[in-house]
Ligand binder design. Structure first.
Ligand SMILES: [Fe+2]
Length: 372
């Protein structure tokens, strides 16, 4: 089929050398002794780095808030918080956890090295320092950071692609955002783990990314699809999985992308899975997806009310299409979230949200700010 051949899965990896060529790495030196910082600056002078200095943890935090830092060189002994304590703090904060840390000390003893590594330092060096060793270690850590950055960048590209796919259909509006919100709310009600909830959130955006392989003539066709057209439409599940598979960080989202059109009685696609064979996260997203499709306006139908949509979901459950236990929980959390609460304000990006949507949106936002 020409459509399938035209859109082959793409890895979207960005060569780290591109990053190295376009951006000067910033290195933050955190050391209480002026002379130590001067020595390190002299050692790195020959390299194309931007050096920022801090004498203690609070100054380092202020610098980290001002700019993007690519490497932190940290002394074991600091005035306020010691090196390992500050290192642990940096590695536990989502904003700084991916910055490599090179810890160093003049206090000999393997126990210091163990303390540094245990606190999350990526490398440890004892003073006196050899300039060539310092430069080699710094280069190695910056190369690693560039690779991590390129992965994050690749992920950003995929999310942008998913949103571009969604925007092809002007009637779906903020479908992905709503779907992520409902799925996370349902996952929270079921007591799922943080990584599972994050996978649901991402699944809300990425589940239909394979539709990039479905031509407009099929995606927006009025009337019944032919057998061949259905094949193309159904392939959006496996296509989407293939597009996201090269990214390790998206591994937990793959079952959602592949299996979100399976049915409880085994009549869905692409694998004809039934009951609990269907991955739980895919079943959750499906309930949210169906609810959102029913309550959204399309060119060929009006938007159903909340009560009508839930009645339809229950009908589909009676037909053995949906997981009955999940539909019951969704029903319950919608009722609870619909109770008006004082001070409930719609987020700027979602001005027409209902009290139920605002309530669920606030829950999922709070979740994503938490540490895993
Ligand atoms: Fe889909």
């Amino acid at each position: 089929m020409p459509h399938e051949a035209a859109i082959a899965p793409t890895a979207y990896t960005v060569d780290p050398r591109l990053w190295e060529a376009t951006r000067t790495p910033t290195v933050l030196l955190v050391d209480g002794a002026d002379v130590n910082r001067r020595i390190l600056k002299a050692m790195l002078k020959s390299e194309p780095y931007r050096i920022v200095e801090a004498r203690k943890a609070s100054e380092a935090v202020a610098e980290l808030e001002k700019q993007e830092v690519d490497l932190i060189i940290l002394d074991l002994m600091l005035p306020e918080v010691d090196g390992p304590g500050f290192c642990r703090w940096l590695k536990n904060d989502r904003r700084t956890q991916l910055i490599p840390i090179l810890m160093m000390t003049s206090v000999q003893g393997v126990e210091n090295e163990i303390a540094g590594i245990a606190a999350g330092a990526d490398m440890f060096l004892f003073k006196p320092l050899s300039p060539s060793v310092v430069r080699a270690r710094v280069q190695s850590l910056l190369r690693h950071k560039a690779a991590v950055d390129s992965l994050e960048e690749a992920e950003t590209i995929l999310f942008a692609l998913a949103q571009a796919v969604e925007q092809r259909d002007k009637h779906t509006g903020d479908h992905c955002q709503r779907l992520a919100t409902y799925s996370v709310a349902l996952g929270m009600a079921l007591g799922l783990s943080h990584p599972e909830l994050v996978a649901l959130y991402r699944g809300g955006y990425l589940h239909d990314i394979g539709k990039v392989a479905v031509p407009d003539a099929i995606l927006f066709k009025r009337g019944d699809l032919t057998k061949e057209e259905w094949q193309v439409m159904r392939a959006h599940t496996t296509r989407g999985e293939a597009i996201c598979r090269p990214m390790k960080s998206l591994a937990p989202v793959l079952p959602i992308i592949r299996s979100h059109h399976e049915r409880w009685n085994g009549t869905g696609y692409p694998d004809g899975l039934s009951g609990e064979q269907i991955p739980l996260l895919a079943r959750i997203l499906q309930v949210a997806d169906v609810y959102d499709a029913l309550t959204s306006e399309r060119s060929y139908k009006r938007a159903m009310s909340h009560d009508e949509a839930l009645a339809t979901l229950r009908e589909e459950t009676a037909r053995d299409w949906r997981d009955p236990a999940l539909v019951a929980v969704f029903d319950e959390i919608c009722s609870r979230a619909s109770i008006p609460r004082p001070g409930l304000v719609a987020p700027p990006e979602w001005p027409n949200a209902s009290p139920m949507q605002i309530s669920m949106h606030n829950m999922s936002r709070a979740l994503l700010k938490q540490q895993p």
